[in-house]
Design a protein around this ligand. Structure first.
Ligand SMILES: CC(C)(COP(=O)(O)OP(=O)(O)OC[C@H]1O[C@@H](n2cnc3c(N)ncnc32)[C@H](O)[C@@H]1OP(=O)(O)O)[C@@H](O)C(=O)NCCC(=O)NCCS
Length: 100
């Protein structure tokens, strides 16, 4: 189930792997989404962007993904890859990701 618990779990795992690569989206100080990246030199993997079900389809997932990409650019990462899900395919496509 994709809910607050799973968003926090994603965040916890990401923090463990790369402590400075995770971001959360909040509303009224409550976490409503999360996303992480893992940098390998000039290459990065984007971790699961997750938005709690009650807050989906309001642009939050896009905002998290854009924030991650801006931060990766700031850190001089040249290439980012990810495994898209059915739910996230459109989101990433609109941000310019291409299928390999
Ligand atoms: C994928 C996910 C993060 C999208 O978050 P969101 O806040 O709902 O996304 P946005 O509101 O920014 O929508 C971005 C685009 O994705 C589309 N989209 C959102 N949810 C979708 C779904 N379940 N199925 C198909 N398309 C979907 C939206 O329609 C939108 O496209 P549009 O602007 O052309 O209408 C969210 O559905 C989620 O947490 N899913 C479960 C976890 C998951 O699959 N994460 C992705 C891992 S790579």
């Amino acid at each position: 189930m994709r809910d607050l618990e799973s968003a926090i779990k994603v965040f916890d795992i990401g923090l463990y792997v790369q402590s400075n690569g995770c971001f959360v989206a909040t509303e009224n100080e409550n976490i409503v989404g999360a996303g992480c990246f893992y940098i390998y030199d000039l290459l990065a993997q984007m971790g699961e962007v997750t938005v709690i079900r009650t807050h989906q389809r309001r642009g939050i997932g896009t905002k998290i993904a854009v924030t991650l990409l801006e931060e990766l650019k700031r850190r001089s990462v040249k290439t980012t890859y990810l495994d898209a899900t059915d739910a996230s395919y459109r989101l990433y496509k609109k941000l310019g990701f291409r299928e390999m």
